[in-house]
Design a binder for this molecule. Sequence first.
Ligand code: UDP
Ligand code: MG
Length: 311
Amino acid sequence: MLTVIMPVFEEADQISGNVTRVHSILADADIDHQFLLVDDGSMDNTWDEICKTTQALDNVAALRLSRNFGKESAICAALQRCTGDAALIIDSDLQHPPELIPEMVRLWREEGYQVVEGVKQDRGREGVMSKLFAGLFYRIFRRLTGIDIGVASDFKLLDKTVVDAWRTMPEIDTFFRGMSAWLGFRHVQVPFTVAPRAAGRSKWSFRKLLRLAANSITAYTATPLYIVAILGAILMIGALVLFVQTLINKLLGIASGGFTTVIILQLLIGSCVMLSLGIIGVYLSKIYEETKRRPRFVVCDVRKPGLMEQG
Ligand code: UDP
Ligand code: MG
């Protein structure tokens, strides 16, 4: 049994059609499945559309989050409750091609892979900004973590053992791609081409992406903290050299004069200190957020709870 997980945010115009499409592909391929849709606090009538779909198809269950918690939380909510022998996560706008699912299921069922991950072969039509930003972010991420998630996507099939392992990760701040890479297990990649959006527009604002970038780096690695320490060491060496040089100059009677040197040093050291404090502050705020132990999401409505695990 396969649980198809779809995070849905303001996709009223296409959600029911998309579910039907995936349903017929899976039915044709003879794959026993059910759907778990998560409405991530949409403000339009997405939830009504989802409810209609749950009535039309008896293998569709749905969760509604009390507000927009973000895609990561929506995926979390579904993984926490899915009951299938495997979970398949796919974008509800079907930019991840559902035609690939039967092949992914085959790799899982017949070849025993526990994680089948869709990797972007061609990123599809993306804005210049998002291309540039994603490229930069993935480069930084790879540098910091040693993991190439540049081509990774959330289009994944996870075996039940992987889902169970995922459930033992208690952090509030989740980054699905990073965390599933961290988990390991036997995995295989399936390349796909990102389809253009059928309707609506991408809901990622620049601010949301920026926050995701900062969150996923700090949630995943402490490297920036080490960079701060290294920066401090480099500055100290520079300071020592300058100290000796200044002292010698003073003794020789050719002390460097004027405010210029002082101002330059002040600016350089000041900005380094502020930057470092900022980085430490971000981690501190992470600790603060995590120690509050708030839930990752709040569910305000459920359709067909019988198809879900009680979380
Ligand atoms: N999504 C979500 N919550 C959000 C933003 C997006 O659940 O706050 C869902 C959205 O409905 C879609 C998927 O996440 O199923 C990918 O979102 P989108 O298509 O906007 O992003 P892109 O494809 O541009 O990465
Ligand atoms: Mg999309």
